[in-house]
Design a protein around this ligand. Structure first.
Ligand SMILES: [Zn+2]
Length: 292
């Protein structure tokens, strides 16, 4: 028999993960603890073609059981929102207050929430809400909250990995640090969870929570000061390897940008930033709220 958590691990895409999490809350009867299992796979009418456990619904054209049918049907309208969502998997010494008060999902601006136990949670939220949510958690709990939160985007259908597989990889990493402070691990792509050491070696994976919040705040300022085409021009200029060429293009770019943008880049000494730090900032810009 599948537990509700097993159903999350069955999800192929982020849209299915959102749909399953929603249904666990809104229609718990769809997830029975005990139920007759379907006929064996070798039979003419085998079990459900998705979970491979429960009996098929006679009316299901995809040969799904009632639970999978409901999940897939709900997921069909969630692809777009899923693409804008970020998943937070947390293993912490206690559930942060805004999460513990389960009825306040709207207040914390999460799309959905799953509580595994007193120390583990999964939050799915629009990426650009992440900064405000993290700031609220840190303001509320300060240094009392300890543990690890892994942040990663959702995954679409048809890739080499499933959403459930990526979720399991996050869970596999969640207890690798002592519970002495709150750390954040940030993955810009789901596939990176398969090779976390690559980002770790580049210094762009694990951060103290307050440090990560500071980076998100920088990304928000960066996004507010530079239009998308200007962000591209800045990246192009700092990526130049030849120092003379870089200085020439940088100078020309400074003449082109608004005073506020120039002041920001100069104050940050952006031209001297190492490559990986620049990469991380641009990755975070994708999750920065737009505040003109
Ligand atoms: Zn099924």
């Amino acid at each position: 028999m599948l537990t509700t958590f097993d159903w999350l691990r069955c999800c192929e895409s982020g849209a299915e993960l959102i749909a399953t999490t929603d249904l666990i809350k809104s229609a718990p009867d769809l997830f029975p603890i005990e139920e007759e299992i379907g006929p064996p796979v070798c039979g003419i009418d085998g079990p459900c073609m998705r979970c491979w456990i429960y009996p098929r619904l006679p009316e299901s054209s995809d040969h799904y059981c009632k639970t999978c049918e409901a999940i897939i049907s709900k997921a069909k309208g969630l692809g777009r929102i899923s693409r804008d969502c970020m998943i937070v998997w947390g293993f912490v010494n206690f559930l942060p207050d805004p999460i513990k008060r389960d009825g306040e999902i709207k207040k914390i601006q999460a799309r959905c929430l799953y509580l595994l136990d007193e120390n583990h949670f999964m939050l799915i939220m629009l990426g650009h809400k992440l900064k405000d949510w993290l700031r609220e958690v840190l303001l509320y709990h300060g240094s009392e909250l300890k543990g690890l939160m892994l942040l990663f985007p959702t995954i679409g259908k048809g890739g080499s990995s499933s959403m459930g597989d990526i979720l399991c990889r996050a869970i596999h990493q969640d207890s690798r640090f002592p519970m002495d402070r709150l750390r954040i691990r940030f993955f810009s792509r789901p596939a990176e969870l398969k090779f976390p050491h690559r980002r770790e070696n580049q210094g762009i994976l694990t951060f103290e929570a307050s440090e990560f919040l500071g980076l998100l705040e920088m990304a928000t300022i960066f996004r507010a000061q530079l239009l998308p085409n200007e962000q591209d021009m800045v990246r192009e200029a700092v990526s130049l390897k030849d120092n003379r060429e870089k200085s020439f293009y940088w100078g020309r770019l400074m003449g082109f940008l608004r005073q506020e943008a120039r002041d920001m880049l100069t104050a940050w000494k952006f031209k001297e930033w190492p490559e990986n730090r620049i990469r991380l900032l641009y990755e975070l810009v994708a999750y920065a709220p737009f505040t003109p």
